[in-house]
Write a new protein. Structure first.
Length: 209
């Protein structure tokens, strides 16, 4: 090979190297773009996951709030129902109970009844002669002493309380008090007669000398 040909060959090789080097450098510069695309994809997925997690948390919080609201409403409704039932029971119990204050007009120990002219107490018995029934568990007192019904007498002041039954008014307590004794006023003493005044003695004049 001649010297001229060697020179041309060297020039061609140098040109080939100079052309291939920029391409390789460009390829080297372009290669890092792939990781940038992967990082962006990861960020998008993380954002979607965070948004989904936030939405799930909000949904769970809303569900808990709704459950709490329903529980509170149910509790309030149950409390209102219980209060209404209690009030109705108290009203029913109040309607069944009675109290009477008055004067005994008759006693039938064999029949177990006492008749009272009622002056005060429950409106349904006031102003009438009412027959009250007593039984073995009725507590009867007279002047604060426990007695049987036959010890209660007409004219006694009495307080009766008990309950209404299908058969009448059943007394739970009969508290009688004997009437106060009538104290008659003492007669005024008759005035003593005043003694008649004695006549003054007549003094006769002495005779003149």
């Amino acid at each position: 090979m001649s010297h001229k040909r060697k020179t041309w060959t060297a020039l061609l090789l140098a040109a080939a190297v100079s052309v291939s080097v920029p391409v390789t450098a460009e390829a080297a510069n372009a290669a890092p773009k792939k990781p940038a695309k992967t990082s962006s994809t990861k960020l998008t997925a993380a954002a979607r996951a965070a948004a989904a997690k936030q939405a799930a948390a909000a949904k769970a919080a809303a569900a808990r709030a709704e459950a709490a609201r329903k529980a509170a409403a149910a509790k309030a409704a149950a409390a209102a129902k219980a209060a209404a039932a209690k009030k109705a029971a108290e009203a029913k119990a109040a309607a069944l109970h009675f109290a009477a204050v008055g004067t005994v007009t008759a006693v039938d120990a064999e029949a177990g009844t006492v008749t009272v002219t009622v002056a005060g107490g429950t409106k349904t018995v006031v102003g009438a002669d009412v027959v009250f029934t007593v039984n073995a568990v009725t507590k009867i007192t007279r002047d604060d002493v426990k007695v049987t019904l036959d010890a209660v007498l007409p004219g006694d002041a009495v307080t009766v309380n008990g309950v209404r039954t299908v058969t009448g008014l059943l007394a739970a307590h009969v508290n009688a008090t004997s009437p106060e004794p009538v104290v008659e006023p003492e007669p005024e003493p008759e005035p003593e007669p005043e003694p008649e005044p004695e006549p003054e003695p007549i003094v006769e004049p002495e005779p003149e000398v």
